[in-house]
Design a protein around this ligand. Structure first.
Ligand SMILES: [Zn+2]
Length: 83
């Protein structure tokens, strides 16, 4: 009388569908308040940068200048969107 090999719940076959549902729950990327980027004023990457100015350099790649919070206060910069 050998026991039937059913001590495993067999979750590795039915678990495929449940893992798909789990990944959809992790949507924590909404309303990103701080944007990480390169600050053109102190020449470093910083969080919470805002677009200050867009520079058109002839034909081709135009430059965008971003400034972080402290640099905006220090230099009295007004973000491009707030003008
Ligand atoms: Zn800065």
């Amino acid at each position: 009388m050998a026991p039937a090999p059913c001590d495993r719940p067999g979750a590795w076959t039915t678990g495929l569908e449940s893992t798909v549902n789990e990944t959809t729950q992790h949507t924590a990327t909404e309303g990103n308040p701080t944007s990480y980027g390169f600050c053109s004023w102190h020449q470093r990457f910083a969080g919470g940068v805002r677009l200050i100015d867009v520079i058109e350099q002839g034909s081709g790649a135009g430059g965008a200048q971003y400034a972080c919070g402290p640099c905006r206060e220090l230099h009295g910069l007004v973000p491009f969107a707030d003008r």
